[in-house]
Design a binder for this molecule. Structure first.
Ligand SMILES: Nc1ncnc2c1ncn2[C@@H]1O[C@H](COP(=O)(O)OP(=O)(O)OP(=O)(O)O)[C@@H](O)[C@H]1O
Ligand SMILES: [Mg+2]
Length: 627
């Protein structure tokens, strides 16, 4: 009995050899359990079936032994036939149960993928802009795909394997000991020969797989960045395509080498295993036969032992590598949880308010802001750096205060990098101020619901992004229920109707990656059309006219004037015509408002605005379209 315990202990030890290195907390396991909870019914059914199947697997060799004994004892034909029918019945049952079991495990596994994927997508979508400015898209997408699938493997493959193999192993072992402990003991002598290399192999394979996963993620990052229209343009203009290709090829080659190595290591292992179990089988026949000849064992017992032995080593193999699989599955879970645990820096209050009805004032009250440090918004593994920068950025805005009365237009001017776009981004809460308050309709934006902010505030950003979809879909983003007439109306007002009527697919034209199939000015006018469609009460234009020639500018100015009518507007403009019309001009330099007033007041003051006006703005009279 002692020997049994020792054998069992050594196997158990083999399975838990990495215990000391296990980085997994009870909390992680509890969270996994929480994710598994909705699937607990199929899970129980699955475990139960696994046990039943393990029992069936042990029953067949025992029955085969009975058949041999019946033959040796010259028993009645009916006994032999009865046993044969029973064996046939068991085989059919085993097949049917196997089918049901696979269905259950697939359902649990795929269900888990669904849960994790939707949870991660939902969460990532709510992350603040700062997160996306830092994260590498490729790494994030790989997290959504590879790690979610890795985590799922823990359930459908590994867990099922461990349970049914453990049960099979214990039952087989118990039955074998019951038949002949001497033979069982001898067969098990070969166990260490087998378990030790299995452990080594498992660790080795896991290392290789981790390396391959790293290369895969790096390749997918390279592809997502280089294979976008702007990325590809940059590579064409400045990049070194040969070097890019060489880098990619080096990674791809390493993945190939790892693939070959993995296949070979696995094959060597399986060959060794087959040999070891063949040797053990020979031992069973030898010792069992010898005992049988001496009358200590009947012939059926020898056959049953031999058959059981072949069923002993398969679960052993699986269990030896299960440890590594469980580990890597747990790593995947942790990598998924890591993303789910990122607390969005900008979050909605539990009971958010809505912007009051009526015209809306915009107010900045002593706002100071620095772009957040990397460790506050991001994950080292998603930025593909070893450790995250913990340094907070320097203050980009200092004590910014101003007020745009309902219906007023406030213009922000100043040098590049002064902080104009940053001011604009605080209003829709793309970022939150570090101190001071930003108010919309008299309410602190941090108390407002995101839905209410979206409904109240429209923004045309400096880069005027479009999705790789049709013109229609890009417009409908602003107001999904808009009618065809409304779409054409805003296109007309953005002076895009003629262009789009001329396109073969009209509104259904796909604008291309980031709108790259349109010209810069067209893209910008489309974002203005989108803004017009949304009809929000407050609009922010970040250099919305920068791309336009004088003729289109005049046209768009008219459209904007119409759109801005009765609305509160914050306009960041480099064009004189817009700035002049503003009720209030704020001159921003190095994050501070250094001057404020109307165009005439500021010109008369002869300060920074007057300088800017001379150097940055065209001081010659604006070109009138020649009629
Ligand atoms: N996501 C960011 N993370 C860290 N720093 C940033 C980020 N975006 C901008 N900055 C920095 O903040 C400062 C203000 O940038 P901002 O974009 O507000 O300038 P701007 O006045 O809009 O300039 P421009 O006229 O060139 O658009 C700059 O020094 C810039 O480098
Ligand atoms: Mg800017």
């Amino acid at each position: 009995m002692d020997m049994e315990v020792t054998a069992w202990m050594s196997l158990h030890h083999a399975m838990n050899a990495q215990d000391d290195r296990r980085p997994f907390s009870k909390a992680t396991l509890r969270r996994i359990a929480a994710f598994a909870r909705p699937h607990r019914r199929p899970l129980y059914a699955f475990l139960l079936l696994s046990v039943v199947m393990a029992v069936l697997a042990v029953a067949t060799p025992v029955l085969a032994g009975r058949v041999v004994n019946a033959i040796v004892d010259r028993s009645a034909t009916s006994t032999v036939v009865g046993l044969a029918v029973l064996i046939a019945g068991l085989a059919v049952a085993e097949g049917g149960l196997g089918l049901a079991n696979r269905w259950l495990s697939a359902r649990i596994g795929e269900g888990l993928i669904l849960d994790l994927r939707t949870a991660v997508f939902d969460h990532v979508q709510r992350m603040p802009v700062a997160f996306f400015t830092r994260t590498r898209t490729g790494a994030l997408v790989s997290r959504l795909n590879n790690d979610v699938i890795g985590a799922q493997r823990a359930f459908s493959d590994t867990l099922s394997g461990v349970v049914s193999n453990l049960v099979t192993l214990l039952l087989t072992f118990a039955v074998m000991v019951g038949i002949s402990w001497q033979v069982t003991l001898l067969a098990l002598l070969l166990l260490p020969v087998f378990v030790l290399p299995a452990r080594r192999m498992g660790t080795r394979l896991a290392g290789l797989e981790r390396e391959a996963a790293r290369h895969d993620a790096a390749m997918s990052t390279q592809m997502t960045e280089r294979f976008s229209a702007p990325g590809a343009t940059l590579v064409k203009l400045f990049g070194r395509p040969d070097r890019e290709s060489a880098e990619f090829a080096a990674r791809a080659r390493r993945v190939r080498d790892i693939g070959v190595r993995t296949a070979m290591v696995q094959h060597v292992f399986i060959t060794a295993l087959t040999m070891v179990s063949a040797l053990a089988l020979a031992l069973v026949y030898g010792l069992g036969g010898w005992l049988s000849l001496r009358g200590h064992l009947d012939a059926g017992a020898v056959v049953a032992l031999a058959l059981l032995l072949t069923r002993l080593y398969a679960p052993l193999t699986a269990l030896a590598s299960a440890r590594v699989e469980v580990m890597s599955a747990l790593v995947s879970f942790e990598r998924v949880f890591e993303v789910l645990d990122l607390r969005p820096l900008v979050a909605e209050k539990p009971e958010p308010r809505a912007v009051p009805d009526g015209p809306v004032a915009v107010e900045f009250d002593g706002v100071t802001f620095a772009y957040p440090a990397a460790d506050k918004v991001s994950l080292a593994s998603l930025e593909e750096v070893a450790t995250l920068d913990t340094r907070g950025g320097v203050d980009v805005l200092h004590e910014v205060s101003f007020r745009a009365e309902p219906g007023q237009m406030v213009a922000l001017v100043g040098s590049s990098g002064a902080g104009k776009s940053t001011i604009a981004q605080l209003l829709p809460r793309l970022y939150d101020a570090d101190s001071g308050t930003v108010r919309l309709g008299g309410v602190d934006v941090r108390d407002l619901s995101f839905a209410s902010i979206r409904a109240t505030l429209g923004m045309v950003t400096q880069d005027g992004h479009l999705f790789h979809e049709s013109i229609r879909d890009n417009l409908l983003l602003a107001r999904p229920e808009a009618t065809e007439d409304e779409l054409w109306d805003v296109l007309r007002r953005a002076r895009l109707d003629a262009l789009i009527e001329g396109l073969p697919d009209g509104l259904d034209t796909i604008v291309g990656e980031r709108g790259y199939r349109l010209s810069g000015g067209e893209r910008q006018r489309l974002t203005i059309a989108r803004l017009l469609l949304a009809r929000q009460r407050v609009v922010i234009l970040d250099e919305a006219t920068a791309h336009l020639d004088s003729t289109s500018e005049a046209a768009v100015q008219e459209a904007l004037a119409e759109a801005l009518d009765g609305r509160t507007a914050v306009v960041i403009a480099h064009r004189l015509s817009t700035v002049r019309a503003a009720d209030l001009i704020l001159v921003v330099e190095e994050g501070r408002i250094v001057e404020r007033g109307t165009h005439d007041e500021l010109l008369a003051a002869g300060g920074r605005y007057a300088d800017l006006y001379e150097t940055q703005f065209d001081t010659r009279p604006p070109l009138e379209p020649v009629g």
